[in-house]
Design a protein around this ligand. Structure first.
Ligand SMILES: NC(=O)CC[C@H](N)C(=O)O
Length: 194
């Protein structure tokens, strides 16, 4: 059985755990450094929430360096919403970057206040009609050529993959649809070559 860590310092981590519980995997909440170092993780999920807060907390809790190194070493990671922002190498409207492991340029809160939250559905890779919940979501403004675009909504990139890293600007954990989490588990099985 796979062991999946879920970064659990702030944000919508419990919803990811509820989804993973439907998928017959062992879940570990990552709240401190030892949770990362004492468990043999097959993958990790960085949830939505507030990227500035999560970014600050992982530094304070000493999670930042081992987490970043594990991702650079190939640990499969699914970053949703704030998790996507944490992984981006370039954040156009934030003076900081956080883990900075993925070759994407993102804009935080890209839909503005009026359209801050909405639901839609769309294609994700080979999957159709995937429900997507956007909450003050970031957009991927540009990607380098080593990135596979998995989903676009209204001509905006909302999901992408680079090697061991998959990101969505929406929240797959806030719907009953388990296919994106399954996609992530498949990615782990196939050693990133989907
Ligand atoms: N739902 C979310 O994760 C929103 C992300 C948030 N706007 C941020 O910048 O961190």
């Amino acid at each position: 059985m796979k062991t999946i860590g879920v970064l659990a310092v702030q944000g919508a981590f419990i919803e990811h755990i509820h989804t993973l519980n439907k998928l017959n995997v062992n879940c570990v909440e990552i709240r401190e450094k030892s949770d990362l170092t004492n468990n043999k993780l097959d993958g990790i999920i960085l949830p939505g929430g507030e990227s500035t807060v999560i970014g600050k907390l992982i530094r304070e809790l000493d999670i930042f360096n081992p987490l970043r190194q594990s991702i650079l070493d190939g640990l499969p990671v699914l970053g949703t919403c704030a998790g996507l922002i944490l992984l981006a190498k370039d954040i156009v409207n934030d003076e900081n970057t956080y883990l900075g492991t993925m070759d994407i340029k993102v804009r935080r809160n890209a839909y503005g206040r009026q359209l801050g939250s909405f639901n839609t559905s769309g294609k994700f890779g080979s999957l159709n009609d995937v429900p997507m919940t956007f909450i003050r979501a970031p957009l991927i403004e540009s990607v380098s050529e080593n990135i596979e675009i998995l989903s676009q909504v209204n001509n905006h990139i909302v999901a992408a993959k680079q090697d061991n890293m998959v990101v969505t600007s929406f929240h797959p954990e806030l719907t009953d649809d388990i296919r994106i989490h399954n996609f992530f588990l498949d990615l782990i099985d196939k050693k990133h070559n989907i």
